[in-house]
Design a binder for this molecule. Sequence first.
Ligand code: BGC
Length: 723
Amino acid sequence: MTEKELQQLISEMSLEEKVGQMVQRVASEMVSGAIVTGPEGTVETKKMSIGLIGSILNKTGAQTLHDLQKEFIEKHPHHIPLLFMYDVINGMDTIFPIPLAQGCAFSPEMAEECAAMARDEAVAKGLHVNFSPMLDLVRDPRWGRVMESTGEDPYLNGVLGRAMVRGYQKKGNMSACLKHFAGYGAPEGGRDYENVEISERTFREDYLPAYAAVVKEGCCMAMTSFNTWNRIPSTGNKWLIRKVLREEMGFEGVLISDFAAIDEMIRHGIAEDSREAAKLAIEAGVDIDMQSNAYMNHLVDLVRRGEVDEKLIDEAVMRILKLKNSLGLFENPYNGSPEDEKRLLLCQAHRNKARAAAAASFVLLKNEDLLPLKKEEKVAFIGPYVDNFKIHGSWTTLEHPENNVTVKQGVTEKTGACLSAKGAYVLDEGQKTRMFDPEERPVSEEELLREAVALAEKADKVVLCLGEHRHQTGEGGSRTSITLSKGQLRLLEEVAAVNKNIVSVVFSGRPVELKRVQALSQSLMMVWMPGTEGGNAIADVLYGDAVPQGKLSMTLPRSVGQVPMYYNCFRTGRPNPTGDRVGFIHGYIDESTKPLYPFGYGLSYTTFDYTPVSVDRTEMTKDRAVEAAVTVTNTGSFPGTETVQLYLQDVKGSVIRPLKMLRGFQKVSLQPGESRTVSFQITEDMLRFYDINMVYTSEPGLFRVYIGTDSDTQNAAEFTLTE
Ligand code: BGC
């Protein structure tokens, strides 16, 4: 339809119909029924009639959605189709590594391919909108939702977010939805839904750029966040939505509230009731109310009584109809089909990509000659993650974890056998998770331990598969301690007492505290929540069919007391270069100020040598870039892929500047002995920041350009920016 035709349609719609477009409800209310209060306070399940709504959340399945759509369109006065929305965070049926792991792969190409396959499966199941990517910058691993972020760096998050949007939106039949606007990743104390107390400078400089990058990529939808910033809930923050998102970033798409976030403004204490919350949200610029009753119950009346300008409704409806139009819903409201589902879900091509993506996301942190394993070695695989199907992270609503490949299956497939023992449960008795997902405990912890230690004694090497429960991260999954369970740590100690050749493989949705694990292991690898093909990918990497190449997308702290800890922090007036404190300098008396492993860190089975950084000129102007280069050589005996990282440092500014800022990276694959020169163009716009007057600009002066293997690199050259 043309814009004129859409305008005509809006002019023919009743106010009720228009407001209906702005209402989203969960499908269970229409499909299987909502829990409602019946006569005399009894509780019953009642199937709701669809009524005048614009979109539905949380239902998939081509046939079910086709039926719903058909019934709805027939009844709707103007036959306007519904949008079906869902959270396809790291895959629909084929599960790719969690976003935090995808961050560690430092590969926009891979992120785009995984997103495109997730889109194909989601579209096959009838969906139109995916509530992804999440661009929330995270610096505190206590926050449960770190697993949904690609990490702690604004630049990396932007690059990967853009790639995901390209993957989701490329075919034009699905819209991505950036979330959560804005700053949701910075809750105080890492407590989910907590308020955010950061300065406007930090907010603009570190937290907003990734959302802006994705808006620039053409992301069609955005979602508000649950948190407050500057003491105002995002869902009612007119400045944030109308000025920052719409005017400054140029977002023209549809803005949806997060789940029930409009009504939550009552509990935040800025709205008296649902009616006032609805008024705040529409005036702030929220187009769709996800699952609170505010728009549904109050918008019509607010307009009728002249308290809300109907123009605001018309603008929101126009954005919604434009989205429906651009997705082709007026021509074909039915995405996918049972045949597409059969053809695409968990197909071999998707499984192959999931396997390669998982392998590329693993981060080898330590390797004292134990890896890769050899098939002829007697290896004992011990731990609660050896024979565990639940390795897909907390978001996926996967109904069949048995589609996943366990470590035991992957190793058996590769070597013909897998000597194994569970050794411990993932959780200690009574340990809480965010959702009820109990572990069966048929035998005692003592018995598990005894069996594992006996197996370890007889083996050449032990691969210990340890980790967090998948529901120790995710929404509502914040923790005050970020360690493995006591049972698993005990298993580690007892196995280490009888076998010194330990390879620890750690599953988690966040950076966990690994000091003790690192000390007792000769090799250590993070595999995060690797998804459907996790077991095969782990076997590939352990046995050298794939070489590790992941780099940490989040700093790994030594202890939870250090958090928040991030590489792009600031110098202090009392620096402490070694990290060990003596006297009145920056730091702790009981712990180093250094992390266990820094951002960008990750080993390979081979080694890479870097030449010193060279620059083609030492003076930069607004129109004349500097080219910086290094030559990287594979000095080991395996082919390998290195992520060459470019960091900049503004040596002096009108306000203090970060120690280092990632501004580029390139992956190079090299055969043993092979060298490649890697160069980066550094332009003036890469040096801009919010100056003392909050003007986004660059300041003339000295800059350092670092190129190296991780954020700790000291390999640097200098240049000066002149007026
Ligand atoms: C989450 C969002 C999600 C929405 C819909 C909320 O609880 O914060 O990330 O997209 O639910 O499922």
